[in-house]
Write a protein that binds this ligand. Structure first.
Ligand SMILES: Nc1ncnc2c1ncn2[C@@H]1O[C@H](COP(=O)(O)OP(=O)(O)OP(=O)(O)O)[C@@H](O)[C@H]1O
Length: 396
């Protein structure tokens, strides 16, 4: 059945009601460039995408970030139209493009794709590769091709063939090819994963400025927190098929929703304690746990860079402060210089547990040295106890 997508009914963006809005003297809200609502996908009875909803504005880069197998690529494939959801709908500029009944085919979605294997056509020149998605015929807009090649710093490369280019150059051609038809939306699946580590950050930055210039709404899939922090206006953190947290990189990093979210972005230390009278006792003094019943175990998460180190003063540490709280005595187990920072592992006198601290300098105290540690209380997160995960340092 052919349906008029602009008209009322299923294809009409339900949040819009111009008449009502105008009566109230308000501006008509613009629908997001891309919106997915409650997408669900099951394979062999297993739910791999579980009620995923997202909205992306023009010029915005959203990163779908999560560990391998959490359902990121499957989400992208449904938006691209190469896989079908079992439930949920996909909307572009307020118009339905796909639900479980209605489906616009991939080639008519005006969505650009740049997937992991961005393979260029080997028998076509660079210019022909970039022109591939443009309307066919003699009038193909070669000015657009030249403009894009120039913009990805490959002007003059048009007559070359893909095998004559480096991996980074090929990636830039692939980006130009994806952007040539001016897609309203670009879906990128681990687009930088094949590149040399040293090249990546530069290419990420160049790609980001081009995407911003073009005003494209971008959904980028990655399992690398560093990449998401560098590229995203918004991160959607995904785990086991669900989006567990969404927000600006700063907010996701500084206000993680749970212990696993904190641990996804960096190494973490865990202090464990039992709540008694709304307080948890740790090596670093007492922490407030308001409203938590007595006897509940909680975890206090602290990143290694938020641990302060001080010297021993004949068996005493620094005086407690409001910001840092009570210092705790610890002995150096080992110290390593990692380039940008030094990583020092301490054994806590309080309970023999290990805590890791980083220092942005060369700092290599001898094993056995007694020192005092303080933790930035404003950088601690208190969560109910969950199962330990690889990489955690747990103190009790
Ligand atoms: N066609 C399929 N048939 C059966 N299972 C599938 C199919 N496609 C994906 N899966 C499964 O769905 C889950 C999610 O896969 P998906 O590729 O979306 O994960 P991902 O987060 O993108 O992982 P990665 O970062 O490793 O690419 C995986 O367990 C995968 O094995």
């Amino acid at each position: 059945m052919k349906r008029d997508l602009a008209g009322p009914g299923r294809g009409c963006y339900p949040a819009l009601n111009p008449i009502k809005s105008l009566r109230q003297g308000q501006r008509v809200p613009t629908p997001p460039r891309l919106e997915v609502r409650n997408l669900i996908r099951r394979f062999d009875g297993r739910t791999v995408v579980d009620d995923v909803s997202l909205a992306i504005e023009p010029g915005q880069v959203t990163c779908l970030l999560g560990p391998s197998g959490c359902g990121k690529s499957t989400t992208l494939r449904m938006i691209a139209g190469v896989d079908m959801q079992d439930q949920g709908s996909i909307w572009v500029d307020g118009k339905l493009i796909c639900d479980t009944v209605f489906r616009i085919p991939p080639e008519r979605r005006a969505i650009g794709l740049m997937f992991q294997d961005f393979a260029l056509f080997p028998h076509l020149s660079v210019a022909e590769n970039v022109a591939f998605g443009l309307p066919k015929g003699a009038t193909r807009d070669m000015r657009r091709v030249e403009e894009l090649l120039d913009r990805v710093s490959l002007s003059g490369f048009g007559p070359k063939f893909p095998h004559e280019l480096s991996g980074g150059e090929q990636q830039r051609v692939a980006l130009a090819r994806a952007l040539a038809p001016r897609p309203r939306i670009l879906l990128m699946d681990e687009p930088f994963s094949g590149l040399d580590e040293r090249l990546r950050d530069g290419i990420r930055d160049d790609t980001l400025s081009l995407l911003k210039e073009e005003g494209t709404a971008v959904l980028l899939v990655t399992h690398e927190p560093h990449e998401a922090m560098r590229m995203a206006d918004e991160i959607a953190l995904m785990r086991s098929g669900r989006i567990v947290q969404r927000g600006a990189p700063y907010n996701i990093y500084n206000a993680p929703v749970d212990r696993a979210a904190a641990g996804f972005f960096s190494d973490i230390n865990i202090l464990r304690g039992e709540v008694q009278g709304a307080l948890t006792r740790t090596a670093f003094g007492e922490f407030l746990a308001p409203g938590v019943p007595d006897g509940t175990e909680v975890e206090i998460v602290i990143r290694p860079q938020h641990i302060k180190i001080d010297f021993d003063r004949a068996g005493r540490g620094p005086n407690p402060t409001a910001e840092d709280g009570t210092p705790a005595r610890a002995t150096v187990e080992r110290a390593r210089f990692l380039g940008r920072e030094s990583l020092v592992e301490f054994r806590m006198s309080f309970d023999n547990s290990i805590l890791r601290a980083t220092v942005p300098a060369v700092f290599l105290p001898r094993p056995g040295t007694v020192m005092w540690l303080m933790i930035r209380r404003d950088r601690c997160f208190v969560f109910p106890v969950t199962t330990p995960q690889a990489g955690d340092s747990v103190a009790r």
